[in-house]
Write a protein that binds this ligand. Structure first.
Ligand code: NDP
Length: 423
């Protein structure tokens, strides 16, 4: 039954994730320290686990030009998002039954950003400032994330109860600030969570990679280093894919379930752009020789991961958009009491998270070209596997509550969570 919007009330959140308020406190401090620490440990031809040299000079962290670049980039992406270009798509039904509308022009924003980058290189703008002021850019992102998350919390406190996130309404400031108090914060039709998820950080990550690649190209007298080029191409494919299938994000946990607080703000705006480029940064700063057959094998691995990732995400997304889609009629499904059906064959019959498996395989293909001289370049696949195992458990809890006996039947039919025959 669809409830009247005004009758929807978001109750107090009883269960807390990530170790509750204490866990949130450590995450709010630890995550920024982690991004800074790993980038300090892996920079300028030195990349290893050792006691980092912590500079006490404030200029190592704060810089006006870096702050202007960071904020300017965010505003540039916001401007592109607001342009009335691209299709408008309905989101999944909210608790009230209403659907929010989202403008999908992420791929257009990517193309314009690439053109702007090319223009900057052509005009001889010193793009290497992004590399030389990397730490200051990270600090700018951290400060920006704290300020934005605080404003989002204040906005949520002043807004109606019906717009709060069911998982972020404990009444504890620290926890709600971290996990996200409001589900879909908007300024008019500008959806802050949808915008931040795929634009400034994700496209920013690609721009950072292109800076490294351009620098390496200039340093090597017009020759592109194969390993670095390969990883930049893989990651560019990942970013372009996310933006091409932008509306697929509307059926993900981040949009449907999680509020927009420090966890997602920081993840989108700092963690993704400044940590996901650790491999390319390493390859730009260190010479790594790779035989052509190693490169070919890594290419095949990335392709397998991508095929699995894209195939499963598209299958679920198409099914959620239109369960009667004739191209999916061969798939087996089981009914649930909510009216939604669950896919139990095709990709979703291989394991319960085939999309996570594909993503993990790709993350390994991105680190392999760096070799095994330092564990830091392996941070991404290790952290990502842990993140996705944890995320699978969170999602499983939500689905088990939502679909009850049908979910148990699904788990019986598809016993493995992420890794067939293993987990
Ligand atoms: P999913 O895309 O798997 O979405 C989970 C939802 O899908 C469930 O809550 C449920 O929602 C629905 N669902 C689950 N099983 C089935 C089924 N058998 N049949 C039909 N619907 C089902 O999870 P995420 O949002 O976490 O991830 C989306 C993608 O983003 C993944 O590929 C992941 O790897 C990637 N990702 C990447 C990150 C990065 O940093 N690079 C971080 C996090 C994710 P309902 O039934 O309500 O529709």
């Amino acid at each position: 039954m669809m409830e009247e919007p005004e009758k929807v009330r978001i109750g107090m959140t009883r269960s807390r994730e990530f170790g509750g308020a204490i866990g949130s406190f450590f995450m709010v401090l630890g995550l920024p320290a982690g991004v800074l620490g790993l980038n300090i440990l892996c920079s300028q031809n030195k990349c290893g686990v050792q006691m980092p040299k912590i500079s006490t000079n404030w200029q190592t962290y704060l810089d006006k030009e870096a702050a202007l670049i960071y904020v300017g980039w965010f505003l540039f992406q916001a401007f592109l998002y607001m342009l009335p270009i691209g299709k408008v798509v309905n989101g999944q039904p909210l608790k009230s039954g209403h659907r929010l509308q989202y403008r999908c022009n992420g791929f257009f924003a990517l193309i314009v950003s690439l053109m702007a980058f090319t223009g900057a290189v052509y005009m001889k703008y010193p793009i290497q400032v992004v590399h030389t002021k990397f730490i200051q850019l990270i600090t700018s992102g951290i400060i920006f994330s704290f300020v934005l998350s605080l404003l989002l919390y204040i906005k949520a406190r002043r807004g109606p109860n019906a717009s709060l996130a069911p998982g972020g309404n404990t009444g504890n400031f620290l926890y709600d600030f971290f996990i996200g108090h409001e589900l879909n914060p908007r300024i008019g039709s500008f959806d802050l969570k949808f915008f931040c998820e795929l634009r400034p950080g994700l496209i920013g990550w690609l721009m950072i990679n292109l800076v490294f690649l351009t620098e390496a190209y200039q340093k090597n007298n017009g020759v592109l280093p194969p390993g670095l080029t390969m990883v930049v191409v893989f990651q560019a494919l990942y970013v372009a894919d996310a933006l091409w299938f932008e509306d697929a994000i509307l059926t993900t946990m981040d949009i449907i379930h999680d509020g927009f607080g420090f966890m997602l703000v920081f993840g989108d705006l700092v963690w993704v752009p400044f940590l996901y480029c650790l491999q390319t940064k390493f390859l730009a700063e260190n010479d790594v020789h790779l035989f052509w057959y190693c490169l070919a094998a890594i290419g095949v691995l990335n392709f397998i991961g991508y095929f699995m990732f894209r195939g499963s995400n598209s299958q679920k997304n198409e099914f959620r958009k239109n369960p009667y889609n004739p191209t999916l009629s061969h798939l087996e499904t089981i009914p649930t009491t909510t009216g939604n059906r669950l896919l139990v064959s095709g990709w979703w019959g291989l394991c319960r998270k085939p999309n996570y498996l594909g993503d993990i395989i790709m993350s390994i293909a991105w680190s392999l070209p760096c070799g095994f001289s330092t564990p830091i370049v392996w941070f991404y696949p290790i952290y990502f596997t842990i993140l996705l195992i944890h995320r699978q458990r969170r999602d499983e809890e939500v689905c088990a509550k939502k679909y009850k006996a049908s979910w148990d039947r699904y788990c019986e039919r598809v016993p493995y969570r992420i890794f067939p025959k293993i987990y």
